[in-house]
Design a binder for this molecule. Structure first.
Ligand code: HEM
Ligand SMILES: [Cu+2]
Length: 545
């Protein structure tokens, strides 16, 4: 393969927009520019979310009032949750990195519907703006928790009405992106890319897209019902008028549990890209990896009521949902096993992307195993609505998807910008994040086991020590994040030339210049090997840099 060399002045898709200045971005239909729009917007939301999380933690450093009133506290954790879930973690990997790399992995020039793709971003932006507007308008920031449970969400005077409209719009953005990815994967694969040669990142995006398309409408309906209740007072969830509040919880979790897989599957895809590259080995069990993603998406759609073991359900229902929950652990464990098996006897280079991938495996496994404790009704009833749950889902969402997101930043940004960050600083930042993370969320899990309830403003003095530890952990974590971001931003602005293939990857993005040209490929590639074929490289360690 020829190696077109890239000069620093050749900015590829970053250089030539169709329109001048900012319009070349916000009106661009280039999947890479849209991917970057998503990246910038989801990162902004992440930073806002982190600040809110830090405030929640600061309030909890001591019993009683520390910095805010009880009502403000309720708003803080609600906004933290809403922003992190709907504006960061759900769109994060698929919309940002999926847009950037799905077409390239398929050997295509763009997604199937580029204008629809741009429209999805505009919907996202509209939803984000409305969500932020809901803080300052109506009765002020929503205080229901990100789950919007009835009856409180239809009674509170805070601006839930606007917040659910925002979520409704964000849902459409998610559905349209999903549709686009499904069609693109079916229709735009380059010659030679059969289903057995898709990258695992594409496989997980594909599985995710189906969940987005099938489950998100249910969320749309659910929040639309809250809107109806608040505006027209229909009584759908009011037992006195023949309604049912439990019905709301079913509707909410029929979407929101599968949404957990919308969050985690693309993260698993990222990890499956990183590990073979830095272990210099073919991924272990390609088909098991590809199909376990679909299995997770399918089985994960059947387990929603494990969030409702204490809400009032028949014993039979509890048993069935508990059993189904354990089933999901199987394909998840297959993935963990295969990653480890890929690393086994690999020629491992501990570069920053791999460090994040390793911490993903470790933290996601803790998240998954504590999930089993919550999936068993007997133990769940003991720890439900405690900080144990909060610790658990941060291990999965932040320790899992968040770490995958950071891994993706370190793996792919050199491709996107053509520049390299300082790897030593990146390694330090990773270490600081890892320590802070565990201090914060492990303390919260222990607190939960001891009975510290979730979403509580005040607590008994016995819980003080662990709460201080968790809050100090949040500062260490935040410090690590700042170092990581500054290092990445500096690297992308003024770092050294990264070259076409800094990691020695085998997937298609590493065969084109960095940054990629607007059309990706001068000629549509003809693919003759699988994406993780390292058989030719056993004797060429210099290719690793
Ligand atoms: C520095 C980063 C973070 C800190 C300090 C933090 C802290 C917290 C704390 C203390 C709570 C519990 C609030 C309470 O129950 O009283 C919480 C809840 C929550 N966090 Fe985080 N978190 C962080 C990052 C994240 C990330 C990355 C995500 C998503 C991937 C996330 C999603 C959530 C959700 C969904 C809730 C539940 C909100 C609710 O109960 O309605 N957090 N967070
Ligand atoms: Cu669930």
């Amino acid at each position: 393969m020829s190696t077109p060399s890239v000069t620093a002045s050749d900015r590829g898709f970053l250089g030539d927009g169709k329109y001048p200045g900012i319009f070349g971005w916000i009106l661009s239909t280039d999947h890479k520019r849209i991917g970057l729009l998503y990246l910038y917007s989801t990162m902004t939301m992440f930073i806002i979310g982190v600040i809110l999380g830090l405030l929640v933690r600061l309030e909890l450093i001591a019993p009683g009032k520390t910095i805010v009133s009880a009502d403000t506290y309720n708003a803080l954790f609600t906004l933290h949750g809403v922003i992190m879930i709907f504006l960061f973690i759900i769109p994060g990997i698929p919309a940002a990195f999926g847009n950037l790399f799905l077409p390239i992995h398929l050997g295509a020039r763009d997604v199937s519907f580029p204008r629809l793709n741009l429209f999805s971003w505009w919907l996202y932006l509209t939803g984000a703006i409305l969500a932020v507007t809901s803080l300052f308008t109506g009765g002020g920031p929503p205080d229901t928790g990100w789950t919007f449970y009835v009856p409180f969400s239809v009674q509170t005077t805070t601006n839930v009405t606007l917040a659910v409209v925002a979520v409704f719009i964000l849902g459409f953005s998610s559905i349209l992106t999903g549709l686009n990815f499904i069609v693109t994967t079916h229709r735009l694969r380059a010659p030679g890319i059969g289903w057995g040669r898709l990258t695992l990142f594409v496989w997980t995006l594909y599985a995710t897209a189906w969940v987005q398309v099938l489950a998100t409408p249910i969320l749309g309906i659910t929040v639309a019902l809250i809107f109806l209740e608040r505006v027209l007072d229909v009584g759908l969830f009011d037992p006195a008028r023949g309604g049912d509040p439990i019905m709301y919880q079913h509707l909410f979790w029929i979407y929101s549990h599968p949404a957990v897989y919308i969050m985690i599957l693309p993260g698993m895809g990222v990890i499956s890209e990183i590990i073979p590259v830095f272990a210099r080995k073919h991924i272990f069990g390609y088909w098991a990896m590809a199909l376990s993603g679909l299995a997770i998406a399918f089985a994960g759609s059947l387990v929603w009521a494990h969030h409702m073991f204490v809400s009032g359900m028949s014993d039979t229902a509890i048993l069935v949902f508990s059993f189904l929950t354990f089933i999901v652990a199987i394909p998840s464990a297959i993935k963990v096993f295969n990653w480890v098996a890929t690393l086994y006897k690999g020629s491992i280079s501990l570069e920053p992307p791999l460090l994040y991938a390793l911490s993903f495996i470790f933290l996601f496994s803790i998240g998954g195993l504590t999930g089993l404790i919550l999936g068993a009704a007997a133990t769940d009833i003991h720890v439900t609505d405690t900080d144990f749950v909060v610790g658990h889902f941060h291990y999965v969402m932040f320790g899992g998807t968040g770490m995958a997101f950071f891994g993706a930043l370190h793996y792919w940004l050199p491709k996107v910008y053509g520049r390299m960050y300082d790897k030593r600083v990146a390694t330090w930042a990773w270490g600081i994040i890892f320590v802070g993370f565990n201090l914060l969320y492990f303390s919260m899990m222990v607190l939960g086991l001891r009975g510290m309830p979730r979403r509580y403003y005040d607590y008994v003095p016995e819980f003080t020590n662990l709460n201080v530890l968790a809050t100090v952990g949040s500062w260490i974590l935040a410090f690590g994040l700042v170092v990581m971001f500054i290092n990445l931003i500096r690297g992308m602005i003024s770092g050294p030339d990264a070259g076409m293939n800094p990691w020695g990857g085998k997937t298609l993005e590493w065969t084109i210049p960095s940054p990629p040209p607007t059309e990706n490929f001068a000629e549509i590639p003809v693919v003759t090997t699988g994406p993780y074929d390292y058989s030719d490289e056993v004797l060429a360690p210099e290719a690793r840099r």
